[in-house]
Ligand binder design. Structure first.
Ligand code: 4NP
Length: 152
């Protein structure tokens, strides 16, 4: 079974929604996936997703129950794919990996490398944004997850 970890900064907006969307799409297509999400920061550890991310989840007919956590050394051993929501998160994951000096076969990738519209590399951080930014994030995540499943 493929194991996937989505990572953003706070683990309350982008990555828990991506996790939910992957679960949902994989179930629809009868694909077995083990997935989770984490943040690079400690800001929101233990919290449920942001209300606006939860609203997007409800639009997709799901409820997110994930509790925010920080990425940890063991994640590099467990997951086949660690998928970063933007370039800053990607760089932080690489630095963290070097810091904990772990040798790993994990593929560390950018979420938007799975987008149809090439050129934009980041799933924009919506935290200080508007409701429309959350809607845009939801569309981007839906698209990227769909293509990620095709890629698998
Ligand atoms: P996320 O969004 O990384 O998609 O979960 C953020 C959530 C919180 C903060 C930044 C981004 N923050 O600065 O608290």
């Amino acid at each position: 079974m493929t194991k996937v970890l989505f990572v953003c900064l706070g683990n309350i907006c982008r990555s828990p929604l991506a996790e939910g969307i992957l679960r949902q799409q994989a179930a629809t297509e009868n694909i077995m996936i083990d997935c989770d999400s984490a943040g690079t920061s400690t800001y929101h550890i233990g919290e449920l997703p942001d209300d606006r991310a939860q609203q997007m989840a409800q639009k997709n007919n799901m409820i997110l129950t994930h509790r925010a956590r920080q990425i940890q050394k063991e994640d590099f051993e467990k997951y086949d794919y660690i998928i970063a929501m933007d370039r800053s998160v990607y760089q932080n994951i690489l630095s963290y990996k070097t810091r904990v000096s772990i040798a790993t076969e994990t593929n560390i990738m950018l979420m938007r490398s799975f987008d149809d519209t090439k050129g934009v590399l980041d799933v924009a951080d919506p935290y200080y944004g508007t409701f429309k930014d959350f809607e845009e994030m939801n569309s981007v995540l839906q698209r990227c997850v769909k293509n990620f499943l095709k890629f698998l």
